[in-house]
Design a protein around this ligand. Structure first.
Ligand code: FES
Ligand code: FES
Length: 215
């Protein structure tokens, strides 16, 4: 049987994020070179390789994020997750962190319209992309139709999973305004609710879908 003990000891969440940060930094540098007339050989190639291998951090880097339609600038370390940047630097604490390891979906936000676990997404990877959080659903005091349906269908109990559940459902409804129950089940498969509100969540999404069908 393979002995994974050494490897497991060496792979902490911190080391994973460090290596992911380095990869993201390298990718960002590589992308920046493709937007210019990148020489393919000689001295230019050496310079391009040096840029690609450049390391950003570990001190803070300034990032521009588009959060709920507004441009926001944050200065964070490269290892900072999107969840940490939202909750800490931007004080958007509606996004919850429960497991902090991609297992529960409580931290789900939309990135360019697609649901992601913000605890597993680095803030640097969200730079220049559209981030939508639960705070962006309501218009002032007026709940969005999906939030209203959650209330009316009793789709929330302790509420800890609710922001992530809402964002997964919003992502689904944005791309499929009248999903079947099977499609709702698939959309929230990564959102764990220990209070067992799933049937109420399915009913809430169905209610929004039905109201869209009426026009
Ligand atoms: S807190 Fe991100 S998946 Fe659980
Ligand atoms: S409402 Fe409590 S975990 Fe879902």
């Amino acid at each position: 049987m393979a002995d994974h003990s050494k490897r497991d000891k060496g792979l902490s969440r911190r080391s994973f994020l460090r290596s992911a940060s380095a990869g993201a930094a390298a990718a960002a540098a590589a992308c920046s070179t493709t937007s210019k007339n990148k020489p393919k050989s000689g001295k230019g190639a050496t310079t391009a390789a040096a840029q690609r291998d450049a390391v950003i951090g570990p001190q803070g880097v300034a990032l521009e994020l588009e959060v709920n339609g507004a441009k926001r600038t944050v200065t964070v370390e490269t290892r900072t997750t999107l969840a940490e940047a939202l909750r800490g630097a931007l004080d958007l604490t509606g996004t919850k962190v429960a497991c902090d390891r991609g297992a529960c979906g409580a931290c789900t936000v939309l990135l360019d319209g697609a649901p992601v676990c913000s605890c597993l997404t680095l803030a640097v990877d969200a730079a220049g992309r559209r981030v939508q959080t639960v705070e962006g659903l309501a218009a002032g005091d007026k709940l969005s139709p999906l939030q209203q349906a959650f209330v009316e269908c009793d789709a929330t109990q302790c509420g800890y999973c609710t922001p992530g559940m809402l964002m997964s459902c919003k992502g689904l409804l944005d791309r499929n305004p009248r999903p079947s129950e099977a499609e709702v089940r698939a959309a929230v498969a990564g959102n764990l609710c220990r209070c067992g509100t799933y049937p109420h969540v399915f009913a809430a999404v169905a209610r929004v879908g039905a109201s869209k069908a009426k026009g």
